[in-house]
Design a protein around this ligand. Structure first.
Ligand code: ZN
Length: 670
């Protein structure tokens, strides 16, 4: 492992800044810590609220990631008070958490790490803790103590597995006291602690010890524990077929997001004979359990049957170990391995699914290394349950804010480069939906995509060029929804065009182009959406953006009104045909929505003004005064109605038309 320490940089830093620097170096290395794992600390003198000098332990608080450490992420605790409990015989987890909170110098600091007392009891100013892959490959083996002695001799102390908390902190402290020459501790089936008089010493010991472990593995002749299983070229194609089915099976209530990883090491494991058995042996460190659950689902024969078996096993495991007051989390896996497909990870959003994916990639690597040097072992089933259903961790989940209305939902929006489509994309993203946004104008839709990613996070949205008149382009867009998010819940079929001439002046080409976008486009999109909805088997939702002209056509607007009327009829027939499958199809009829709409080109504005016998600059005002509320209708007004129809708030509504036109009595639905 590469030593990233730069004395030039470090020499300019002191106090907490040095801790931040060291923490970021550790956080940068995915083979040391992943996604919020690991923690670091420093003991120093600070000033309290009365101006007194006190010895303080600065330790990483929960909820932050070492990679992005900032000084405020390290909670200050009064060291003297922490050390006062070391002689106690017992201290429950709840008691410990309350005690740690009481020791905070600043009550507004983040909740201190559950491993705080370990940092406090280790009698060195600088302490680092990681769940390094190479260390876990050594500690998670049948002959781990023998291997430990070979690799670390007297340099490190060995601490047998104990759940994190007060007893583990005491055990580490005692082991350190027994061996004053030790430069760190190896925690069985958990990870490594290193320490030092200086920040550099602690960091460099971490790198040195992990490197020793890596070298021990690489010096062992490569056994290829997963065999010479071939990798396949068609993983994505296989994934496209299976992902919506899997998503439907795991999302009967709460919707999940899926993501695929199909790198050669993953496929080697997914295709191996030994994989299914190893994947049931348990996690590489307790820290991963809340993300990955106790085991992965390895699909060997039939997805539905294998998943049912997994759930039955999980429920039996829960019932065997649970107290009467423990509540079952869902019984669905978070990691699914399928030969010729790869690793499918499951999360409440794409970010969560990616975290699971990253953790399991490292899990596979630890499995491989442990099997190379010896035989992989994990915690006992009881130890696993104790961590997976640790009340402290479960309590943390209850502190999270409630999920937004469209959390876990996947939507595809056409014509999203401007106007109603763009506003709908923002509105749905705000409510937690994952989006595929398409538009024939690639530049404008990628601009919208970037804005949404900037505002709501990089994982919520992908933007693509999409021509709704082309079957290939439409199929491609829906495939992207499955590939990126695992399926689809909502189609907002919005792309449309307008031409305005008297009938005898409409060219055949204009007529047919109107029908290609305003009718065929909706037909092609609905067909692709239905195919995914049916594979998922958990209902579905389509919102068609039509127009007031469906009910009340206007002069010189035949190609537009006729093609949009066909769209509306299509929507109603879709509602009739697919109601029994729980698929809802509704229509929004907006009128005169200008905003940033591309529908209202200069030409269309001029032509519509002419049809109404007014100058073009009075057009928006003309439409406003024409409606009962004298309201100017904005893209966001329409987006709000689309959100209502897309959400469960309208769960009992299908085949319905809602107007968003300020009230045009000629266009009342009837
Ligand atoms: Zn740990």
């Amino acid at each position: 492992m590469k030593n990233l320490w730069s004395e030039t940089t470090a020499a300019k830093l002191s106090g907490i800044d040095l801790l931040v620097y060291r923490s970021r170096l550790i956080g940068k290395e995915a083979n040391l810590v992943l996604w919020g794992g690991g923690n670091t600390s420093m003991k120093l003198t600070e000033t309290d609220h009365l101006g007194r000098k006190v010895r303080v332990l600065r330790v990483k608080g929960s909820g932050s990631d070492l990679k992005f450490s900032q000084a405020k992420d390290f909670s200050p605790l009064r060291l003297e008070e922490l050390l006062a409990v070391e002689q106690r015989e017992v201290m429950s987890d709840e008691e410990m958490v309350d005690y740690l909170n009481a020791c905070l110098l600043n009550p507004k600091s983040p909740r201190p790490s559950i491993e705080t007392l370990m940092h406090a009891f280790i009698p060195y100013d600088h302490v680092d803790h990681s769940h390094a892959d190479a260390i876990l490959a050594l500690t998670n083996t049948k002959n781990n103590q023998k291997i430990f002695a070979q690799v670390f001799a007297q340099d490190m102390v060995w601490v047998p597995y104990i759940k994190p908390g007060f007893p583990l902190a005491k055990a580490v402290a005692q082991a350190v006291r027994k061996n004053s020459r030790a430069r760190g501790a190896i925690l069985e089936k958990h990870g490594i602690f290193t320490w030092g008089k200086t920040a550099r010493e602690s960091y460099e010991t971490m790198i040195e010890m992990v490197t020793r472990a890596e070298q021990f593995v690489s010096a062992t002749p490569a056994l290829k524990p997963f065999g010479n299983t071939h990798t396949t070229e068609c993983c994505q194609q296989n994934y496209l077929k299976i992902a919506p089915i899997l998503r439907g099976l795991v999302s009967p209530q709460k919707r999940f997001i899926l993501t695929l990883a199909d790198t050669p090491p993953i496929l080697e494991f997914a295709n191996s004979e030994i994989g299914p058995e190893i994947s049931r042996r348990g996690p590489v460190t307790p820290d991963h359990l809340l993300r990955t659950k106790c085991s992965a689902l390895f699909v060997q024969n039939d997805l539905t049957r294998d998943l049912q078996n997994y759930q039955d096993h999980y429920t039996a495991y829960f019932n065997k170990h649970a107290n009467p007051e423990t509540k079952l989390q869902d019984s669905f896996p978070r990691v699914v391995l399928i030969p010729e497909v790869g690793l499918i990870s499951i999360g409440k959003n794409l970010t969560a699914a990616k975290i699971v994916r990253d953790i399991y990639q490292h899990t596979i690597s630890v499995y491989r290394d442990a099997m190379t040097i010896d035989d992989y072992t994990s915690l006992t089933e009881a130890e696993i349950f104790e961590m997976e259903y640790w009340p402290l961790e479960l309590f943390k989940l209850t502190l999270a804010p409630p999920d937004p209305e469209m959390a876990g939902r996947i939507a595809l929006i056409t014509g999203a480069g401007s106007g109603i489509g763009r506003a709908t994309a923002f509105r749905l993203a705000q409510e937690g939906a994952h989006l595929v946004i398409g538009d024939v104008d690639e530049a404008s839709v990628s601009q919208v995509g970037q804005e949404i990613q900037k505002k709501f996070g990089p994982d919520v949205c992908i933007a693509i060029r999409m021509d709704v008149t082309s079957p290939e382009s439409v199929a491609q867009a829906f495939a992207q929804a499955v590939l990126h998010f695992g399926g689809l819940d909502l189609l907002v079929s919005n792309a449309g065009i307008a031409v305005s001439h008297p009938v005898d002046q409409i060219s055949l080409e204009e007529w047919e182009q109107s029908f290609a976008v305003n009718t065929r486009g909706h037909f092609l999109c609905a067909k692709e959406a239905l195919a995914i909805f049916k594979q998922q088997g958990i209902g579905g939702n389509i919102v068609f953006v039509a127009t007031k002209n469906v009910m009340a056509p206007g002069k010189d607007f035949a190609a537009y009104s006729a093609s949009k009327a066909a769209e509306a009829q299509l929507a109603k027939v879709l509602a009739i045909e697919n109601g029994p499958l729980g698929i809802r199809v509704n229509i929004v009829n907006p009128d005169a929505v200008f905003g940033d709409s591309k529908l209202w080109s200069e030409t269309v504005r001029r032509e519509r003004a002419q049809a109404h016998g007014i100058p073009p600059e009075q057009l928006e005002d003309f439409y406003r005064k024409r409606n009962l509320l004298h309201a100017q209708v904005t893209p966001m007004d329409v987006a709000e109605t689309i959100l209502f129809l897309a959400s469960d708030r309208s769960a009992k509504t299908t085949g319905c038309t809602i107007t968003v036109d300020g009230g045009v009595k000629e266009a009342f639905p009837r």
